[in-house]
Design a protein around this ligand. Structure first.
Ligand SMILES: Nc1ncnc2c1ncn2[C@@H]1O[C@H](COP(=O)(O)OP(=O)(O)OP(=O)(O)O)[C@@H](O)[C@H]1O
Ligand SMILES: Nc1ccn([C@@H]2O[C@H](COP(=O)(O)O)[C@@H](O)[C@H]2O)c(=O)n1
Length: 205
């Protein structure tokens, strides 16, 4: 049985948190597709050609998720993500993951539009830019990163602008995605709303 849940949205909207919880609830596998672009972005910062890096990506390259979550790597990720040859190199792996037996949740920017337009359930998770920046700032501060709320706000806005403006697979909701604005929701309320959407879409379990 293949059942795909596509979760898209802008930076720090909460799509990763929701996707992990959906995967646990329904017993599905989860892929954070942003990590693929982050791993390529990190290799670009180290001097590797991004297309070469994308074509040669291995599971080890995405194993240390914490190291990939810095703001510098996030910015590099959104730059390599605008390169059509990088996106093409990562396509088949994501599509195969999406249709794996047992069900899958993928989160990213183009899951419902490009990777798996046939996904059985689609969510587009948003929150106001300020709330997203505050949440990400608190997360980074708790992990000991030295940054300011203003820097995080700039980072989120720059990535959203680049991700929305690119010609190949831009950040946008699929026409049939259910919008979930979590600005006024805590994590539990957002997860409950997401589970409700997926159940109504006919997910088993
Ligand atoms: N509804 C919510 N209320 C409060 N905090 C939240 C909510 N959803 C997520 N968060 C927190 O906001 C931060 C960003 O969430 P998360 O990492 O899930 O976003 P994301 O969209 O996957 O980010 P990115 O695009 O950068 O990968 C995390 O610290 C998370 O715990
Ligand atoms: N499907 C996707 C996923 C991510 N990107 C790009 O990667 C950057 C980092 O992603 P996060 O989810 O970890 O924030 C993001 O800013 C996008 O540029 C993408 O293009 N498509």
């Amino acid at each position: 049985m293949a059942f795909t849940i596509a979760v898209d949205g802008p930076a720090a909207s909460g799509k990763g948190t929701i996707s992990r919880r959906l995967a646990a609830h329904f017993g599905f596998a989860h892929l954070d597709t942003g990590l693929l672009y982050r791993a390529v972005g990190r290799q670009m910062l180290e001097g590797t050609d991004p297309v070469t890096a994308a074509r040669a990506l291995t599971p080890e390259d995405v194993a240390d998720a914490d190291a990939l979550r810095s703001q510098a790597v996030g910015q590099a990720a959104s730059k390599v993500a605008a390169m059509p040859d990088v996106r093409a190199a990562l396509l088949d792996f994501q599509r195969a993951f999406a249709r794996r037996a047992g069900g899958a949740v993928l989160d990213g920017r183009d899951i419902g539009t490009v990777i798996c337009p046939e996904a059985e359930a689609k969510l587009f998770v948003t929150a106001s830019t300020e709330v997203r920046a505050e949440r990400r700032f608190r997360e980074l501060a708790a992990k000991g990163h030295e940054t300011t709320l203003a820097e995080v706000l700039d980072d989120v806005m720059a990535r959203d602008a680049r991700d929305s403006a690119r010609s190949d697979a831009p950040l946008k909701p699929a026409p049939d995605a259910v919008a979930l604005d979590t600005t006024q929701m805590d994590i539990e309320a957002a997860v409950a709303a997401a589970i409700d959407v997926v159940q109504k879409a006919g997910a088993p379990g």
